[in-house]
Design a protein around this ligand. Structure first.
Ligand SMILES: [Zn+2]
Length: 64
């Protein structure tokens, strides 16, 4: 099974043999991560939820 690399559109294996999936390589994965950090990347169709922080229901503090 294969998946299209979100970064370079190259076909990449989508299985346990590809630790970088859905990306084709570590390079594409890091590039994508960098785009996220730069806030220059948006998930298509993502709901608008920038007005609120992470919901408290999703918290799981192990030190508590
Ligand atoms: Zn790629």
């Amino acid at each position: 099974m294969e998946v299209e690399c979100p970064r370079c559109r190259k076909r990449a294996p989508d299985d346990a043999g590809n630790p970088f999936r859905p990306f084709c390589s570590q390079r594409c994965r890091l590039l994508d991560l960098g785009a996220w950090i730069d806030e220059d990347y948006r998930v298509p169709g993502a709901p608008e939820a920038e007005s609120e922080e992470t919901p408290p229901s999703d918290r799981d503090d192990p030190s508590a």
